[in-house]
Design a protein around this ligand. Structure first.
Ligand SMILES: Nc1ncnc2c1ncn2[C@@H]1O[C@H](COP(=O)(O)OP(=O)(O)O)[C@@H](O)[C@H]1O
Ligand SMILES: [Mg+2]
Length: 249
């Protein structure tokens, strides 16, 4: 038996290449990325617009496929799965938070939160769901519909939904992009608490240094490559690092 000091990866990609289009107009959105997202950590992905952040997240989450390279969620390599198994993996082992909330307007808050479990025919852990409802502060909104909630409240529903099935990893793409700074801070605080107090794993794409500072580590992408990483980020240090990109280009 071998021992290793590397933390267990909740998700990882190796040799990740993504090319959109072909010929003269081909865009190399990912140009050879190797990265592991450690379990129990909050990782932020930063980089200039067009650097490949969303592409990396979508491919790592099984929402899109790589041109070449490999993706794992836990120990499962996604390339080995047929469409049905990939759909099940996305439903059961990955959580998502999107900039645009993506709640189902006809369902109540409670129904939205348990939707992934209901689709899977899983009852879920009622105690865990109850805890989530309290953590996101939505106990008195459970029977409301999304249109009756503020943007910040809607995104808190989306956060609860993402964690409801205890997925291996929750991916969030610009989760504060549509929120005012106070609501955004609440959502970021929730993601941080899920990791530090509830032992969850979060990977968040953002272009906001203040948001990135909530993470344990920030990965920097430029032109489809991983160019730097920063442990225990602060907003000021992240901002300085981002300015360096602008000077260079
Ligand atoms: N569906 C697509 N078709 C063609 N090009 C795309 C597509 N999606 C993204 N791109 C291109 O790939 C590059 C990376 O995009 P993206 O991952 O969205 O960057 P980011 O999230 O960092 O802004 C950009 O040049 C973008 O224009
Ligand atoms: Mg993006």
């Amino acid at each position: 038996m071998t021992t290793t000091t590397a933390p267990r990866a909740a998700a990882r990609v190796a040799g990740a290449v993504k090319v959109y289009g072909g010929g003269d107009t081909a865009v190399h959105a990912l140009d050879g990325v190797d990265v592991a997202f450690p379990a129990g950590r909050f990782t932020a992905i930063m980089g200039p617009s067009g650097s490949g952040k969303s592409t990396l997240m979508h491919c790592a989450a099984g929402l899109d496929t790589l041109t070449s390279g490999a993706v794992w969620i836990g120990e499962t390599e996604l390339g080995a799965l047929d469409d049905r198994r990939l759909t099940l993996l996305r439903r059961d082992r990955v959580g998502f938070v999107f900039q645009a909330f993506n709640l189902v307007p006809t369902l109540t808050v409670a129904e939205n939160i348990t939707l992934p479990l209901d689709l899977a025919g899983r009852r879920g852990d009622q105690e865990w769901i109850d805890t989530l409802v309290d953590v996101v502060g939505l106990r008195d909104r459970l029977h409301h519909r999304p249109a009756e909630l503020s943007g910040g409240q809607q995104q808190r529903v989306a956060v609860a939904r993402a964690f409801a099935g205890r997925p291996d990893v929750v991916f969030a793409d610009e989760p504060t992009g549509n929120l005012d700074s106070r609501s955004g801070a609440e959502v970021l605080g929730l993601l941080g608490r899920a990791v530090r107090q509830m032992d969850r794993t979060v990977v968040m794409v953002t272009h906001d240094p203040v948001a990135a500072a909530h993470a344990d580590e920030v990965l920097f992408l430029a032109d489809g490559r991983l160019v730097d990483r920063m442990e225990s980020p602060t907003a000021d240090r992240v901002l300085d690092r981002m300015k360096a990109f602008e000077v260079r280009t």
